[in-house]
Design a protein around this ligand. Structure first.
Ligand code: SAM
Length: 471
């Protein structure tokens, strides 16, 4: 029987991180010229997977792929495996395992993910992660690791140091310990003397911690390990090639002129040094770095030209005529409005808006590289390598995601096919999700939908838009 860990005693809150989804990694790699394994038929490993709340939804949306999660803590793994069994998933497996004992014969993986791992394990375990990637990543594989980054981590280290000093006598792992530590920082911030900069730092950090959950603080800020790194140090230690950061928007956003000038002044010699100076300039605190093998040939100059190799999706929907002959589009998620006169962009957005949250292959759309790049940079068009949400099929009764059926039977939160957390507060809508098992009774559906605008069609429309339905 494995030793109980702090993560067995205080549960880490469930999280799904879209930026760690294999589709995101595949999209970044495709844009940079890699020929990756399609995410619909691949193998994925997640290291430090906790209760599988990041991995399991990936397996639901990509039933032709195989997923393995490993974590040292047995309790979250048992909880995650219970959900997997209830949802009847056969393509995902969670194992209670110390990464240091990762089996050498586990085969190769096309995507390896370690979210929230490197900074919260001892050095030997982090170094083992790079060894596991070196041994098990496919030749065209893509890996992801997130970690606390300098320079902002210097401030976080100082806060952690003071909080842990204050609660030193409270050794029992609990969220109370985090509450006392956080309360102490707030008091310190109110009472601090000395230079103005110190008061500002304390106020800044207290505000940041006020927004965090106590279970997260008790692990992430006050737990046994809290290692921070310079970006360049992590890339060098990994022995891997830097692909980019998991946020695609940055790839399409030209650097601010002042930053370019400052960077030129510091004279970085290569991409890694340039990124490192950017961290110093922008006070970076966290990185989500994507890697590939050193042997892979990348083409960083052809990114925009490869938009046509991806799928495009957009939450913008046509909202009638705009001013001066333009067409107006409204963002379903934020209610923001944009206008455009560009005929190809209008055609593209009309098609994307009609099938959201599904996506359309870039090859089937008119070529409008420059304006679409701007929309990607603004977060209004998403690029994928897979539709993620299947298109609607008229006249067919959909099936709800099996994970959503399990999770919404006992709570209000689930993760959808876009890998986003969804809160479904309507009890009627949750009931309908439970009925959509492939063979629902029409009478039961009608009864459950009676209180919802639009009846059965209205609730199916709502659930589809939330990315919970498969056809
Ligand atoms: C900060 S939590 C992050 C959990 C999850 N990946 C997330 O980001 O929400 C770190 C996780 O690493 C796991 N872990 C720590 N040491 C490990 C080891 N030697 N082998 C495997 N997992 C380990 C912990 O049990 C914990 O679940």
């Amino acid at each position: 029987m494995a030793e109980e860990t702090y993560y067995d005693v205080v549960a880490y809150p469930p999280g799904s991180y879209r930026q760690s989804h294999p589709d995101r990694l595949a999209t970044l790699a495709t844009l940079l010229g890699m020929d990756v394994t399609p995410v619909g038929a691949c193998r994925v490993l997640e290291v430090g997977c906790g209760d599988g709340s990041n991995l399991t939804p990936m397996a639901v949306g990509l039933p032709g792929s195989e997923f393995l999660g490993v974590d040292l803590a047995a309790a979250p793994i048992a909880r995650g495996n219970a959900v997997i069994a209830q949802a009847g998933l056969r393509n995902v497996r969670l194992e209670a395992l110390d990464l240091l004992a990762f089996p050498e014969d586990a085969g190769t993986f096309d995507y390896i993910v370690a979210h929230g791992f490197c900074s919260w394990v001892p050095d030997v375990v982090r170094k083992k992660l790079w060894a596991v990637i070196e041994r098990h990543l496919a030749p065209n594989g893509v890996a992801y690791a997130s970690y606390n980054a300098y320079p902002a981590a210097h401030l976080r280290n100082a806060m952690r140091d003071m909080m842990n000093f204050h609660v030193a006598e409270q050794v029992t792992p609990s969220t109370d310990r985090a509450a006392v530590g956080r309360g102490f920082l707030t008091d310190l911030s109110g009472a601090a003397k000395g230079p103005e900069i110190w008061k500002q730092v304390l106020a800044f950090e207290s505000e940041r911690l006020a927004k965090q959950r106590l279970d997260v603080i008790s692990h992430d800020e006050m737990g046994a390990f809290y290692n921070s790194f310079r970006f360049a140090e992590i890339v060098a230690e990994s022995g891997l090639q830097y692909l980019g950061e998991a946020s695609l928007r940055r790839l399409f956003t030209p650097l601010d002129g002042e930053l370019v000038k400052a960077l030129e002044g510091f004279g970085p010699k290569d991409l890694i040094a340039r990124e490192q100076y950017l961290d110093f300039l922008e006070f970076r605190s966290f990185r989500e770095t994507v890697f590939c093998r050193g042997s892979v040939q990348l083409d960083r100059d052809g990114v925009r030209g490869r938009i046509g190799k991806t799928y495009l999706a957009s939450p913008l929907e046509k909202d009638g005529p705009g001013t001066g002959g333009a067409t107006k589009f409204r963002n379903r998620q934020t209610d923001g409005v944009i206008q455009t006169n560009h005929p190809d962009v209008i055609r593209i957005l009309e098609r994307l808006g009609a099938c959201w949250p599904s996506a359309v292959a870039g090859a089937d759309l008119p070529d409008a590289t420059e304006p679409i790049s701007q929309l990607v940079a603004a977060g209004l068009v998403e690029l994928r390598t897979h539709p993620l949400v299947p298109p609607r099929k008229a006249g067919r009764m959909p099936v709800a995601s099996s994970l959503a059926r399990v999770q919404l039977a006992s709570g209000v939160r689930t993760t959808n096919l876009l890998h986003s957390r969804v809160e479904m507060n309507s009890a009627e809508a949750r009931k309908v999700v439970g009925l959509l098992d492939g063979n629902p009774s029409q009478a039961a559906l009608e009864k459950a939908s009676a209180g919802i605008r639009g009846g059965v069609d209205g609730v199916l429309d709502l659930l589809y838009r939330h990315g919970l339905l498969m056809y």
